[in-house]
Structure formats: structure tokens, C-alpha cells
Design a protein around this ligand. Sequence first.
Ligand code: NAD
Length: 275
Amino acid sequence: MADRAPLHGTTPPAGDLSGKCALVTGSTSGIGLGIARALAGAGADVMLSGFGDPRAIETLRADMEDRAGVRVRHDPADLSVPAEIERLMADTAATLGPPDILVNNAGLQHVAPLDAFPPDTWDRIIAINRTAALRATRLALPAMRRRAWGRVVNVVSTHGLVASPGKSAYIAAKHGLAGLTKAAALEAAADGITANGICPGYVRTDLIERQIADLAAQRGEAAEAVAVDMLAEKHPSGRFVEIEQVAALALFLCSDAAASITGTLLPVDGGWTAR
Ligand code: NAD
């Protein structure tokens, strides 16, 4: 009997990214580390960025390289400093090649009422969560254009779509990052480059563990009771979002199957923004 094509189309692989170079900012922990692992697992060489204990970073870098069989490097650039971003982009190009994939993920949070928000902290949040993405994208686009292929994935937040009290700088930064995503998508759409934003709800990374711990201390409650309250207020699913769920979406956005998806802001939030 002659071979037959399957009746239902096979799902294309999540993406073979062999030969691609991915720069993931803020990838020494949390969501960025999860995305870096997913991209390396699909065959991309990866430049890690972010802070942490140098020995711990070296361990996770070497582990990623061994498991995935790709090249993985780390650069400790401080993304609040423009010259450091330029150096990071040059370092990436020199060691792994210009990034085909740029994941703007580095970020931080501070919770305080707007009228008591420390101005220096406001500036730092805007610089790292928003302006660094603008600077890195500007520097990454020319090489992507030359290759007629590129992926920009911005790790935005539900707070790039809606607001909550106490997080004014973060919300201003993330709404700006959402706008940058759309602007980059329009300018690069004809060049084989997509730009999309992922908008996670609560993910239990260091960033959220700090919020839970601070709230628990303020209220004199157990951390787990605070976590349950946070979910009840925001996540109809009643569950935290998993790092791997965000990473899987980032990986899909980097695949050829996602070539026509651009300029979107995709919630991964257990239903938060459906209310
Ligand atoms: P995280 O604290 O685990 O990771 C933050 C990363 O950014 C770390 O690698 C850190 O070293 C790096 N970083 C911080 N300041 C930097 C600087 N000046 N220069 C270079 N790197 C710097 O937190 P996370 O939750 O994984 O956050 C990653 C991104 O996801 C952030 O943009 C955050 O806003 C976003 N996000 C997180 C959640 C959540 O619930 N955790 C939800 C929505 C969006």
C-alpha cells in the first residue's frame, strides 16, 4: 500500500533554531532563564544577561550548554547604563554573532503609592523595564534586516495592559514597552522581522516572592495566605502561571510558524485580563 500523508496535518515542530543567536536580557533567573533554556533547547546559541553570584551563573551557563549542545555565554551588563547596552550588543555579535532573536526581559518592580514613590527608583524602573528594550531593539534591528529574519519578544506584563494600585512606575514602563512592541512591529514587518509582547500574570519568581514576603510582613500573615489572596484577586484560574508556560509561548513566537504574528500583546494570565 502506498504511503499516505496523515489525514490531519502534523503540528510543525516548535522550531529548529539551529544556527540562530538569541540574546535574552535578565536571564540569570526567573522567566528569562526559562526562555533562555527553551531557546537553547531548540538549538539557538544563547547570550545570557543579568546579575547574580558568578559561580552560580557559571554553573547554569555550563549546564545549559551541556544539555542543549549549543554555545551559551553570559554578559553582566547593567542595562540601566546606555554604554553597557552598547557593549552587550557588541559582545554578543563578537562572540556568538548578531542576535537573530532578542528577548527584552530584564525588569524589576517596586511597590509604593504614587505620591510617595522614590524618584530614583522610578527612573531605574523606567530605564531597565522600558528604555533598555528600546536601546537594545534599535541596535539589533540592522543585522536582522540584513538577514531578512528576526524575532523581538518583549516580556511585558498584564501591567502593560491594565493597572493596579501601588505599581505606577512599573505600569508606566510596561505600557510603554507595549507601545514599543507595536511600533517596532510596524517598522520591521516588511523585513521578515516580528515583534511581540508576552503579558504574564503572576509567576512565582524572585520578583513576586519579594512582593509576597513584603505583603506578608506588612499584614502579619503567612506568605502562603498572601499568595492565595493575590490569586483570588487577579487570577480566575486560581493558579500561578508557570515559567515554562511563558517560555513555551516565547519559543513559539520565535518559530517560523509564528511568522505572521506581529505587533501582538499576548496575555498568559489565568484569565486576569478577561474580567
Ligand atoms: P527575576 O527577578 O527572577 O528576573 C529579573 C532578571 O533581570 C534577573 O536576571 C536580573 O539579574 C535582571 N536584571 C535586573 N536588573 C538588571 C539590570 N540593571 N541589568 C541587567 N539585568 C538586570 O524576575 P522575573 O519575574 O523573572 O522577571 C522577568 C521579567 O518578567 C521582568 O521584566 C518582569 O517585569 C516580567 N514579569 C514578571 C512577572 C512575574 O509575576 N514574575 C509577571 C509579568 C511580567
